[in-house]
Design a binder for this molecule. Structure first.
Ligand code: SAJ
Length: 431
């Protein structure tokens, strides 16, 4: 069968699964999205986009209307009807910093019941190293079929940046590892329909698993370094952004941006997958652990800046949080540092309010804070800017006169504010 005649099942209609399904459907593949959530399935079948991602709305509508994209919650039937199966379900983390693989194992336990000879199974979910070899492959082989001989098995980590997902999925380099060359080649051929970027074939599946974890850990460690530089600069009364900008002119230096901590479902979680595998072994991944500790301590540093500067306050002193999303211009609040800042402020019984132009009121209020308008947040006694949304880049000194302003992201020029006598503090900033 020509690859173009394949029917593709995409398990997990989330932030990555939906764009993946849609882009394959746009390339005239017959795609069946599979999700345990019936609401999500009916939204897709009605051409409704359940997530915020630039450009996705129109693509869902057109691919569903043209009949290339359908969705179902019947996991076994989907596997039996399709020849290529892509797994992009979430791998959240337990409280004790261990990966929860239950979505992955649940999908595999269903897929094995519909698996057929010559099918190709590709895993895209972020997983700890050796998960395919030790967990996924054995479950799929309970079908009685053997990977590499009866069916093909590959791992290709998703690496698209939320809010730029469609562009990155169609332009980024794709990394593929497989149980044998045929698995790698067939998976690579499939991705070549979607991305203009090169396809990098790595030695085996564990290498491909490590690529993803090392990329996100690299970023976490670099953000931690930037945050540590910010704390040192604060102590020295030099402006960390001024220093970073100058240092980054060096051709081999790329210091990341300090901020209130690392949120999102990826960078704040994936390093734990590497820390966890080594817990009984000889290697202590101390840099990775320390980076996590530094990044997780940043919300407490925001509270420290507050308390070192406000002096005696009345009971009716109010604090307005600007931004609960984990980063600018997204509605995603997973692992957001704002949640930690709100929790710390609530524990100390401050009167806290929050605004976010992208996040629905009920989600904001799920963090135990009252959702208010932008104007109301700006009228609080202290305003803490947490997220680098474009809207907040338009804040001018006039909007915030007589307030205490903690700007945790380097999106505003401190000098503009101090010139107008705004009490402005940033992370590692001088004014
Ligand atoms: N952040 C900083 N300083 C920086 C960069 C980011 O404080 O210099 C913060 C952000 O504000 C945010 C968090 O880190 O809270 C993560 O944001 P991000 O934009 O760096 O990354 P994610 O989590 O949205 O997406 C990452 C990407 N990985 C890399 O850039 C190596 C993306 O390509 C992956 O597909 C995604 O993780 C994933 O799914 O793993």
């Amino acid at each position: 069968m020509m690859i173009k005649d394949s029917k593709i099942a995409v398990y997990g209609l989330g932030h990555i699964g939906i764009p993946t399904a849609v882009l394959l459907a746009k390339n005239s593949f017959n795609v069946l999205g599979v999700d345990v959530n019936p609401k999500r399935v009916s939204e897709i079948n009605n051409g409704i986009c359940p997530i915020t991602e630039p450009g996705l709305d129109e693509l869902i509508k057109s691919t569903v209307n043209e009949g290339y994209l359908k969705a179902t919650s019947n996991q076994i039937k989907a596997a039996s009807e399709c020849n290529i199966i892509i797994i992009i379900v979430p791998t959240p983390i337990y409280n004790d910093n261990k990966a929860d693989l239950s979505y992955v194992t649940n999908a595999c336990n269903n897929i094995k019941k519909g698996l057929k000879k010559n099918d190709l199974v590709i895993i895209e979910s972020t997983i700890p190293p050796l998960t395919v070899d030790n967990i996924i492959k054995p479950i799929l082989e309970e079908s009685g079929l053997k990977s590499g001989t009866d069916f093909l098995l590959a791992y290709s980590p998703e690496r698209a940046l939320p809010n730029n997902t469609l562009f990155e999925m169609t332009h980024n380099v794709r990394v593929v590892g497989g149980v044998n060359l045929e698995s790698v080649n067939k998976a690579s051929k499939l991705y070549s329909y979607v991305t203009q970027g090169s396809i990098i074939k790595v030695e085996n599946i564990t290498s491909a698993e490590m690529v993803k974890l090392m990329e996100n850990t690299y970023r976490d460690v670099n953000i931690a370094l930037a945050n540590e530089f910010a704390l040192l600069c604060e102590d020295l009364s030099v402006d960390v952004i001024d220093v970073i900008n100058a240092a980054n002119f060096h051709p081999r230096v790329n210091i990341h941006t300090p901020g209130p901590g690392v949120g999102g479902h990826c960078i704040s979680i994936d390093p734990y997958f590497l820390i966890d595998i080594n817990k009984n072994n000889k290697i202590n991944p101390s840099i990775i652990k320390t980076a996590r500790t530094i990044n997780e301590s940043m919300p407490a540093h925001v509270i420290k800046i507050l308390e070192e500067n406000i002096g005696e306050i009345d009971d009716d002193y109010t604090i307005g949080i600007l931004g609960v999303a984990y980063k600018g211009n997204v509605e995603d609040t997973r692992e957001t540092p704002s949640a930690k800042v709100i929790e710390l402020l609530n524990n100390k019984h401050y009167n806290v309010y929050a605004h976010d132009p992208f996040v629905e009121d009920n989600i904001i209020e799920s963090f135990n804070v009252k959702s208010v308008t932008f104007k109301e947040a700006l009228s609080c006694d202290c305003v803490i800017l947490m997220t680098d949304h474009d809207l907040y880049k338009s804040i001018t000194p006039d909007m915030i006169l007589n307030k205490f302003f903690i700007c945790t992201r380097p999106i505003l020029d401190p000098k503009e504010f101090t010139k107008k006598s705004v009490n402005f503090k940033g992370i590692g900033r001088t004014n």
